[in-house]
Design a protein around this ligand. Sequence first.
Ligand SMILES: C[S@@+](CC[C@H](N)C(=O)[O-])C[C@H]1O[C@@H](n2cnc3c(N)ncnc32)[C@H](O)[C@@H]1O
Length: 284
Amino acid sequence: MDRDAELEIIRRAYAKQIMAVFGVSDRRIEEAFASVKREDFLGPGPWQIVRWDRGYVPTPSRNPVYLYDDVIVGIIPDRDLNNGQPSLHAALIASAAPRAGEHVVHVGAGVGYYTAIMHRLVGRRGMVTAIEFDSGLAARLAGNFSEMNNVRIIPGDGARVAFDSADVIYVNAGATRPAEVWLDRLAEGGRLILPLTAGAFPASDVRQGAVFRIERRSGEFLAYRVSGVAIFPCEGMRDAESEAALATAFQNGRVREVTRLYRRDDVPEEDCWLRGTGWCLAYR
Ligand SMILES: C[S@@+](CC[C@H](N)C(=O)[O-])C[C@H]1O[C@@H](n2cnc3c(N)ncnc32)[C@H](O)[C@@H]1O
């Protein structure tokens, strides 16, 4: 059997395995993970794999088989900037549920592996806007999608740049508050995947972070915690005051009881899990 045929089978097994970690069952997402080649985005190996006890460890060879495991891969290891864990992304993408024909905005796209997964889900009739702050990565991202006319690459700050109304906004960096544009540009029925983190990455742990799914529905923002998270910081979306409030909220617990995000200041204190200026995450 030649290597491509072998890798195709390995990718199928990988897709099944990573879906099983968080119990995700979605044929289209599994198919996307089975089809998209991770090595096409990460560049030639050997690759630096995060091993929890030893830090970055290079793969034994350039064989892409090592990428088809539930592993985090260094993109810029010196900055702890990584291609995230496939099982977590499978769960978060399932939660965002990009549908055929929709517009997905990917904030912190890196070199685009998960952008490509979501691109498959929205299909030819859909649109993906991928925003990356690091200019070197944004250039690699643009190169990785140069053949695709329904992927728009924006180098810059995904919390500031203007983009068209979105059905999914998929944020892949840890903020301490939601950006106005993420809430403003969420279409009716749109889903925002928002990691909020306290503590300095990479030393922080997953109990000091949570990924929220926020859905705009009939003028309201429905919200709930999808998972814990430790993730690379979001440029421009962290400040000491909101980080301290977030750390206190995590210490108090009850994050799983959050059901709403409000964009106002008059929600009663006892209803708030976390309060910022002009917004809060609340229990009801
Ligand atoms: C954890 S990495 C994830 C990269 C990619 N999603 C992956 O898993 O391969 C986070 C990325 O977010 C980018 N980033 C951080 N703040 C950003 C911002 N305000 N706007 C756009 N990108 C940002 C970083 O440069 C980095 O590439």
